[in-house]
Design a protein around this ligand. Structure first.
Ligand code: NAP
Ligand code: MG
Length: 526
């Protein structure tokens, strides 16, 4: 399949440089200053609803003095009112021709393209993504819309003529929507993943109740706005702000929600899976955590490998689900590799994510900061040696945010929990191996199976890695991200083991079918 890379930064580079991209971001950043700090309610049945709960302040992880806005804490009743609106809208939406639903997604992509830099800046403010990473996030959201619209058309709305075993018998199979989908979204790709899950449910004929995380409620609302602006009947999409334990749980407990699409941590994902299905069978499409390894062989090009590990481990402060958090080095090259990695890290700019040269912004909240500091303390207690990082950054205005140094620790035993538990902060644990077989055993010895990478110039080693690694998204020699950086329609983003419940991935060719159930129709004439 021919593939055109539509990423904004990639096209800007090809067109002569990133200056226009920087200028656009900075203009939007200045404009944003005038619109932040407002009160935000829900959107139910096409209308803004103030909500009866308390409004709580959401501040930027970069600086607690920067108010993003005040967001209503939804109640159980408000969540259920949104479900009722989605349920009432479901019959008409299901009956809407799939061509119209596909056209809607193209219009959503158009709106997101027009509001591109506004979305990027909201994200930089709200979760601390730098401008470059934020632009990739928004691009990905647009790509999901275009890809899923195209897939509906390619599959003829998932209506297929089947065989006719007997004279006069016509058979077809149709994929039909379930009804109401709850979309429960994470903070780390607050436009891309939120939009991708939501439009996946919508284009297949389901109506939606969207619950963004409290860490990125503004981005959730912007996704809602883009879809609403593209023109969708009242009640087809509803948004409820609030906590997972109140609003999320109310959705999970509701018999009127027919399916779930969730991206987040394994603990919450498995809880949703088990609770949602306790009374009746319903789909739970859950994409969950990772503890992603990169294996560097003695036959690797170490320059490539250092870049690949650095980008994968520390891009967006280690808060990509695909981030590298375990590094396995073949013994002969371990020392040399680590020396180079530490040199590579010396130039890294950790700072305000809105500034042009910042590579790493903050971690997302106080809990993530504590996770980092606790992991550092645990590693030190158990004999770990930090060859880089390990401290919070408290210089100047960074003391007002959640900034930490990217950390690399050696000397922990392979069985240590820091090789197993997802931390979701910029923290890499390093181990060595003698044979590739040993490396793969170690790499696979976790509950997760999301992404993984290898660096080797030896094709037999590469093939051995691909055929033995237990992970859904795998890479060989990827300098731009040794375990990160999936692009819609290029890499299906799918988790194995406890990284996903369905074995099918977003942005791939088998994702949309999960939002529908198949019906075989036999019509006998004559
Ligand atoms: P999270 O803490 O698990 O939260 C995800 C969502 O679940 C939030 O909207 C949260 O709401 C909600 N929630 C919490 N408790 C709930 C409950 N009892 N019932 C229903 N909903 C509930 O995840 P996160 O911190 O936002 O995101 C990071 C995690 O996502 C990491 O584990 C990462 O690996 C994973 N991730 C996976 C993929 C993938 O494709 N596999 C992609 C991206 C991220 P509140 O936060 O508002 O309470
Ligand atoms: Mg969380």
């Amino acid at each position: 399949m021919s593939f055109e890379n539509k990423n904004t930064w990639f096209r800007a580079l090809q067109a002569g440089g990133l200056d226009p991209l920087h200028a656009a971001f900075e203009a939007a950043w200045r404009e944003q200053q005038g619109s932040i700090g407002k009160d935000h309610g829900h959107y139910i049945n096409g209308k803004a609803k103030a909500g009866g709960g308390v409004y709580s302040a959401k501040t930027s992880p970069s600086d607690a003095r920067m108010l993003v806005g005040r967001f209503v804490q939804g109640t159980k009743d408000e969540a259920l009112a949104a479900v009722a609106a989605a349920k009432a809208a479901a019959p008409a939406w299901r009956a809407t021709p799939w061509q119209e639903r596909a056209d809607l997604l193209d219009r959503v992509a158009d709106v997101m393209t027009r509001r591109f830099w506004e979305l990027c800046c909201a994200m930089t403010l709200e979760n601390g993504k730098n401008r470059f990473e934020a632009s990739i996030d928004v691009d990905e959201g647009i790509d999901f819309c275009r890809s899923y619209a195209a897939q509906m058309r390619e599959h003829n709305g998932f209506v297929t003529s089947m065989g006719s075993p007997f004279p006069g018998e016509a058979n077809e199979t149709r994929f039909l929507p379930y009804g109401v989908f709850a979309v429960i979204a994470p903070f780390n790709f607050p436009i891309a993943i939120t939009a991708g899950m939501t439009v996946g449910a919508l284009v297949t004929g389901n109506t939606v109740v969207l619950k963004p995380t409290q860490d990125t409620p503004l981005c959730g609302e912007l996704v809602y706005e883009c879809i609403a602006e593209a023109g969708v009947p009242a009640g087809v999409i509803n948004l409820v702000h609030g906590s997972g334990s109140v609003v999320g749980q109310a959705l999970v407990d509701s018999d009127d929600v027919d399916g779930f699409v969730f991206t987040g941590s394994v603990g919450v994902g498995l809880q949703i899976l088990h609770t949602a299905q306790r009374r009746c069978a319903k789909p739970v499409i859950a994409e969950m955590g990772g503890k992603n390894p990169i294996v560097v062989s003695a036959k690797a090009d170490l320059d490539k490998a250092v870049d690949g590990v650095f980008n994968a481990a520390f891009g967006f402060s280690g808060q990509k689900c695909s981030a590298c958090s375990r590094l396995y080095l073949q013994q002969d090259i371990a020392e040399d590799f680590l020396a180079r990695l530490v040199r590579r890290m010396q130039g890294v700019v950790v700072g305000q994510p809105a500034l042009k040269d910042t590579f790493m912004g903050p971690v997302v909240n106080a809990r993530a900061l504590k996770t980092y500091l606790d992991a550092v303390a645990l590693a030190r207690r158990d004999g770990g040696r930090f060859i880089a990082g390990g401290e919070q950054i408290l210089t100047g205005d960074l003391a007002h945010g959640y900034f930490v140094q990217p950390a690399v620790v050696t000397g922990l035993p392979a069985s240590h929990e820091l090789f197993r538990r997802e931390l979701f902060v910029p923290f890499v644990a390093v181990d060595t191996f003698a044979t590739l077989d040993e490396a793969l055993r170690k790499a696979n010895d976790v509950e997760f199976g999301l992404t993984a990478g290898v660096f080797t110039e030896d094709t037999a080693e590469r093939d051995f890695f691909f055929s033995h690694i237990e992970a859904g998204v795998t890479y060989c020699n990827r300098r731009r991200g040794g375990s990160t950086g999936a692009v819609v329609d290029a890499q299906t983003f799918v988790g194995w083991k406890n990284s996903g419940t369905t074995g099918r991935g977003a942005g791939g060719r088998n994702y949309l079918q999960q939002f529908m159930r198949e019906q075989s129709r036999t019509i006998v004439t004559g």
